[in-house]
Write a protein that binds this ligand. Structure first.
Ligand code: ATP
Ligand code: MG
Length: 289
């Protein structure tokens, strides 16, 4: 798959319009993509096993999107084959009072994956430059010092802090991949209508989602700023076309597999002493009557 086309090159200025939400690469239909997805999911399972055994890297997957883009479904599909013991999913909703009593990276930092694990953030600290930017009253609630508010461009400072934090994590073995699931405004409406019209989907719909939709253009501007300022070599953003769910699942799985492959993960090798211990243990087992 041509992943370069989906990745935001560090330092480039992103215009969301340049990314086709209906793009499906060389795949014509779901049936064709399903075969490839199956193959990628089985590779992912193997990589996870070595990741866990090697215990050096952690993989952090961050998902951001407008409502109904398909975060939940993508996480469900892509992680369907992996060992639940090696995987952690955290969803970040509106912050609690305790969260607000801390710096804006506090609540997510407590949820970072341990070495050997895959950690998934369903929304993340990036909400701090998205919803909080679209609704400045949320920033007012954060009790920040006046000097921070007046110092200049608070969003630019947040981008800088995030980039530094992600670089720090990468240096410590946390491999970061970030996915913006890019759904079109028309497709979001279709999915909202389905949530309203089909009783078994009613639970997924909340009136506030329709209200946020009114701010679509402001969100797109915030996303463009986020993508332009925080896609780095250490932690790149991928803009995943989300109007065709089958392609979205395949693209995300493929990005993850490609990254894990590039790490050249290996099972730990034993020292001579450890090998000797194994032989001794074997002899002991064999000597049992
Ligand atoms: P989702 O919408 O992700 O599928 P959900 O519908 O189960 O999940 P919601 O109650 O909609 O959960 O919670 C997500 C909401 O929390 C979003 O509107 C999001 O913008 C908001 N949110 C997340 N992080 C923050 C933050 N740091 N500050 C303010 N609002 C936030
Ligand atoms: Mg919601």
């Amino acid at each position: 798959m041509d992943l370069d086309r989906l990745m935001v090159k560090p330092g480039t200025k992103v215009s969301i319009q340049d990314f086709d939400t209906r793009y499906t690469g060389k795949y014509q239909d779901k049936a064709e993509a399903t075969e490839k997805l199956k193959a990628d999911l089985s590779r992912l399972q193997e990589y996870q096993d070595v990741l866990y055994a090697q215990d050096t890297y952690a993989l952090l997957l961050i998902f951001q999107a407008m409502d109904a883009a398909g975060k939940d479904g993508t996480i469900k599909h892509v992680m369907s084959g992996v060992n639940p013991q090696g995987c952690q999913v955290f969803s970040f909703k509106a912050p609690s009072n305790e969260d607000l009593d801390h710096d804006f990276l506090w609540r997510t930092n407590r949820c970072l994956p341990e070495r050997g694990r895959i950690g998934i953030f369903n929304r993340s600290y990036y909400e701090e430059v998205l919803v909080v930017r679209v609704h400045p009253e949320l920033l007012e609630r954060q009790q920040l010092p006046r000097s921070t508010m007046n110092e200049g461009n608070i969003w630019q400072h947040r981008f800088e802090d995030i980039n530094n934090m992600e670089k720090y994590l990468t240096r410590n073995g946390v491999v970061i991949l970030k996915f913006f699931l890019n759904v079109s405004k028309a497709e979001q409406k279709k999915r909202f209508m389905a949530r309203i019209n089909e009783p078994e989907k009613n639970w997924k719909f909340s009136a506030s989602d329709a209200k946020e939709r009114l701010r679509w253009d402001d969100y797109m501007t915030a996303y463009e700023q986020m993508l332009s300022n925080t896609s780095t070599e250490a932690a790149p953003w991928y803009v995943i076309p989300a109007d065709r769910k089958w392609f979205m699942h395949l693209a995300v799985a493929n990005v993850i597999c490609t990254k894990l492959k590039s790490l050249n993960l290996t099972y730990p090798t034993l020292s001579d002493q450890q090998k000797e211990n194994l032989i001794k243990a074997k002899e002991l087992l064999e000597s049992e009557s």
